[in-house]
Design a protein. Sequence first.
Length: 216
Amino acid sequence: MTLEELLNDLPPARVVDLQGTYVPVDMSEDNLEIAELDSASAYEAYIRSLLDGNRAVAAYGGYLEKRNLYTSELFENDGVRRNIHLGVDIWAPAGTAVLAPLEGTVHGFDYNAGPGNYGPTIILKHRLGGHQFYTLYGHLDTESIEELELGDVYKAGDVLGFLGLPTENGGYAPHLHFQIICDLEGNTGDYPGVATEEELGHFRVNCPDPNLLLKL
């Protein structure tokens, strides 16, 4: 079986410790409601309004979504802007516990600093049905990686870390960037979470839809 088929056959997995309703959110360039938002606090207020209006505990979405969020130089590739999101974001309050969805070992971690970056990031390595693959958790708080060691083992449901504040998570409203990666291509504590349109053919194969696992 392919990795995608194996993931799809698993029961729904959780990556944040919140029970209740999860509501989809559109962060694409087509959502005019967010076109004028210009700060982490403005995005956080937008998410809070969405959650309150739907009596939801978290908002989610973003796989292969084309966005206008990425304005820093980090997202410039030889004059071409990276703006297509390769993971699923789960928007929830800072301090929310992040859970390992599957058993895995810590392959790498880092503080990816700078505006628009991941901030504290953890990458787990997994094996499933003969396949080796990785999951990335971005925008955590600094304490999530302070005592982490390579090779640490996490079982499904174990607390992996916590969502960070904008001051430590790259300047975003609090959320988890969750991404599945088949081949890290030499990376350890980092991997692109946004691609250009020209790169998308490669990345959509190397980064399967996380909702195959989450089933939100």
